[in-house]
Design a protein around this ligand. Structure first.
Ligand code: MN
Ligand code: MN
Length: 305
């Protein structure tokens, strides 16, 4: 029989990779049969740092799933962000912390979702309610996922549950939270090695609402001006994607993780969606205090469409 596969969204971030590994670990223990963590894209520098630190192998890369393949989704539910073939897969469970959208199944399923900062926070609770001990390296990866999604508990998406989980997981993983957290986040800000095309795809999420197709991409940095040195080339690549995919809007959010601010390159026919709230000059919007796509950028776009 085909093994069950666990994966997060395309253009995987640290949560998508680490929560896949943690969920596969939990399910394997609960079911007594191997459940396989997978990924839908390249591992980014931040995630690499976490996997190396805790000496865990990257999940295997998959591009599509066959009909009736048993799958578990973590860190997403929208089919536009999932694996090719998801429409005909058998979704056994979802563990997530996003809105529910573009999602339907033909059969009943387990759905574990909470409005918390990270999928691994939901998983932390699942390990506990099932009385499964969290191994040191798995705890380290779950901790890394929460640090990544909440920018070391500074993002407005952070909840008390995230803080509690982080506290416990840091003990199990036996690490100093702020030292490790900053080192990991910094590893993710090394953007020089990416081409402009890679940069705009690194953490891009495709969205669709009533035929309004758009992408919100985000990169973390310690220096926004550094990234903006490449603004012209980035804009060229964004324009290509807009044309190829027939997008109405592309928002490329550049987030300063030290000062918790963002600027965004905004292109497309419908830049008014952003300019209603943030002034755009030379395709660039200032977004003071913005760090969360999910809680600060996405709701704004959906409201202004
Ligand atoms: Mn994610
Ligand atoms: Mn997440």
């Amino acid at each position: 029989m085909e093994k069950t596969l666990v994966f997060g969204h395309k253009n995987p971030d640290t949560d998508s990779i680490c929560s896949s590994i943690a969920m596969a670990n939990l399910q394997t223990k609960l079911l007594g049969e191997e459940v396989v963590p997978c990924r839908l894209g390249e591992i980014n520098e931040e995630t690499k740092y976490a996997l190396n630190y805790f000496d865990v192998e990257a999940p295997k890369l998959i591009e599509k799933v066959e009909e009736a393949q048993k799958v578990i989704l973590v860190d997403h539910n929208e089919f536009t962000q999932s694996v090719d073939g998801i429409e005909n897969a058998k979704i056994l469970a979802v563990v997530d912390h996003h809105r529910i959208n573009n999602f339907q199944t033909s059969e009943p399923l387990f759905y574990y979702a909470q409005p918390v900062g990270c999928t691994s926070t939901v998983l932390f609770e699942l390990f506990n309610t099932n009385n499964i001990k969290i191994e040191q390296n798995i705890a380290g990866l779950m901790l890394s996922a929460i640090i990544s999604d909440t920018l070391l508990l500074k993002s407005p998406t952070t909840t008390d549950k995230d803080k509690k989980a982080v506290e416990e997981l840091a003990k199990i993983a036996n690490i100093d939270l702020s030292t490790y957290g900053l080192d990991m986040l910094k590893a993710g800000t090394n953007l020089d090695k990416y081409t402009e095309q890679e940069l705009i795809n690194l953490d891009a999420k495709s969205m669709e609402k009533d035929n309004f197709k758009y992408i919100i991409a985000q990169v973390n940095t310690v220096s926004i001006p550094d990234v903006l040195k490449r603004k012209e080339k980035i804009e060229e690549e964004i324009k290509k994607v807009i044309k190829e995919k027939g997008l109405c809007l592309f928002v490329f959010v550049i987030t300063d993780i030290v000062n918790s601010n963002s600027k965004a390159i905004v292109l497309g026919e419908r830049t008014d969606v952003i300019s209603k709230t943030y002034e755009i000059k030379d395709n660039l919007a200032e977004m003071p205090g913005v760090v969360s796509r999910k809680k600060q950028v996405l709701p704004l776009v959906e409201k202004n469409i």
